[in-house]
Design a protein around this ligand. Structure first.
Ligand SMILES: Cc1cc2nc3c(=O)[nH]c(=O)nc-3n(C[C@H](O)[C@H](O)[C@H](O)COP(=O)(O)OP(=O)(O)OC[C@H]3O[C@@H](n4cnc5c(N)ncnc54)[C@H](O)[C@@H]3O)c2cc1C
Length: 511
């Protein structure tokens, strides 16, 4: 028996009135009456990835009693398995490599890739925080980045990402977790947030959870009610691993496509926030990572060859031996181009030679050897051998390589407009390497609409819902149509921190 009465109101039809100002949304699916709370905190944070942990740190620093709730056994969500590359415009590594960059250029790149579906003010804020966020990671959290490596993901005009020393988002998340623990903020795993509770005035006042939850068993765990006196911060991440839900948004993303995401990247709270009247946008903008490799599951390690060696220094060609896309175009352009090749019966190959793999070897010692051993990437003595091994006609491949070498010589790629790296050398000597490219479902660009204080807006009134904040992949508007690689960490940390602080400073609710 429930300790409270939660009524499901169905006033939708009678009250939808074109979004004019109203006191509260009619869509308060979990409205509260005489809740008997099991526990009370100032701030309840849902999700233990970059965004949730950043929120926890700042909520505590602003004086709030906070708690982090995580449904999975392991903390860290997608963040802890992430590739650890972070946009850091203005960082010392860029200066070391004499790369000219600016806040304005970063802002422009994000907007152009986002096809201007982005919230411009948020993009500006992100770009302005790129350097201070990097410094927060280094100085406050103690994150170690490779001191001399700078990389470039597709859609960025210049190399501007730094990489964690261990080559993973865990290099940041473990430091966040250390900090959260040091501050004494409780982190609870296997606590599934089933409902977000709005009171009669529309304010979010707490959550209904299942403690001791087992992932995949919806009715497992013990139901409890946790009050949030000041705010709930929703940092529940994306839904790329949820085939059914993602196919409602984009029917092309069937189970045939692998995902890079952890299994818990599912949609329950996307549907819950929709049911309680939160404004959401662009949920069908779901990104596939073009650099995935079909011969391993999930993100794996093959992407590091396809991107860091071949896209940045080598070339991508189809089975006919032709380049078919700017290897440094944004992810959507590249994933769409590969899918088009596949629809026409051609594979996409990432190709690099000896010098091209040096940055990868330096950044990730031992990775190339692992890829070769696991047959994710193949090594050949000559270009002719590579052509034989991959089934690409040699004459055309040689012509394509020669043409690319002209681009390198002239530091200009007239056909595809590809950025040519300062330290790019022509592709001449062996050994030669080839890896296949396979797009995998990777990132949800859409989500909750928030204002600059990270307050979630009500779908009927467009006003902030008192007591509900959000950050990270659960939110929309920042990236627009296409998220640029290495910008998600920046987004999650910057807005996670703002959300935590603002929630901590909010007025107490009356629940
Ligand atoms: C393999 C991979 C590599 C990536 N590499 C990079 C990179 O190098 N650079 C970059 O910028 N971006 C990268 N990204 C994107 C980036 O990692 C994500 O966008 C980011 O981690 C999202 O962080 P988050 O805090 O919003 O969500 P997450 O880290 O996904 O955390 C959300 C958490 O909420 C939990 N949760 C969900 N629902 C509930 C519920 N009902 N109750 C309780 N808990 C719940 C989830 O289990 C999860 O642990 C990568 C993504 C993947 C998948």
């Amino acid at each position: 028996m429930s300790k409270q009465t939660i009524s499901r109101r169905s006033l939708i039809a009678s009250t939808i009135a074109g979004g004019a100002a109203m006191a509260a949304s009619p869509l308060m699916a979990h409205e509260v009456d005489n809740v008997k709370w099991d526990e009370t905190f100032d701030v309840v944070i849902i999700g233990s990835g970059f965004a949730g942990l950043a929120a926890a740190i700042e909520a505590h620093n602003a004086g709030a009693k906070a708690v982090v709730l995580e449904k999975m056994t392991a903390f860290g969500g997608n963040s802890i398995i992430n590739g650890g590359i972070l946009t850091a415009t203005g960082c010392p590594q860029q200066k070391m490599h004499k790369i000219e960059d600016s806040v304005d250029l970063l802002e422009k790149d994000i907007l152009v890739a986002g096809q201007y579906l982005n919230d411009k003010a948020k993009v500006r804020l992100l770009a302005e925080h790129a350097l201070s966020n990097y410094e927060w990671c280094v100085k406050t959290l103690g994150v170690e980045f490779l001191p001399d490596a700078i990389g470039q993901e597709g859609g960025h005009s210049v190399p501007r990402y730094v990489t964690t020393k261990n080559g993973s988002g865990s290099g940041i998340v473990t430091k966040q977790i250390e900090m959260v623990k040091k501050l004494g903020v409780p982190m609870r795993n296997r606590v599934y947030v089933e409902h977000i509770i709005r009171d009669k005035k529309g304010a979010v006042v707490g959550v209904q959870v299942r403690e001791g939850y087992r992932f995949g068993k919806a009715d497992s765990g013990k139901v409890k009610y946790i009050r949030a006196k000041k705010g709930v911060v929703a940092c529940y991440g994306g839904f790329s691993a949820d085939v059914k839900f993602r196919m409602f948004q984009d029917p092309k993303l069937s189970a045939d496509l692998d995902t890079t995401n952890q299994p818990g990247a599912t949609s329950e709270l996307w549907r819950e926030t929709s049911a309680i009247g939160c404004l959401q946008v662009q949920n069908d903008w779901i990104q596939c990572g073009p650099w995935g490799n079909p011969h391993e599951k999930g993100m794996g390690i093959g992407w590091q060859f396809n991107q860091t060696a071949a896209a940045e220094y080598g070339i991508w060609v189809n089975t006919d031996g032709n380049r078919f896309v700017n290897e440094l175009a944004n992810r959507k352009v590249r994933a769409d181009a590969i899918m088009l090749e596949q629809q026409q019966g051609r594979k996409a190959w990432a190709i690099a030679q000896g010098k091209n793999v040096e940055p990868l070897k330096k950044q990730r010692p031992g990775f190339l050897e692992r890829m070769l051993k696991d047959k994710i990437v193949f090594e050949y003595k000559t270009l002719e051998d590579l052509a034989k091994g991959t089934g690409i006609p040699y004459a055309q491949l040689k012509k394509t390589v020669d043409e690319f070498n002209e681009c390198v010589k002239n530091k200009k790629d007239p056909v595809w407009g590809r950025y040519i790296n300062n330290d790019q050398t022509p592709m001449v000597e062996g050994p030669w390497y080839a890896g296949e490219c396979q797009p995998k479902v990777h990132h949800c660009m859409g989500g909750l609409v928030t204002n600059n204080d990270c307050q979630v807006l009500d779908v009927m009134t467009y006003e902030p819902i008192p007591g509900l904040y959000a950050a990270g992949e659960a939110t929309g508007c920042v990236h627009g149509a296409v998220r640029l690689g290495s910008v998600a960490i920046l987004d999650c940390l910057v807005f996670g921190r703002i959300a935590g602080e603002k929630a901590a400073k909010a007025k107490e609710n009356a629940a």
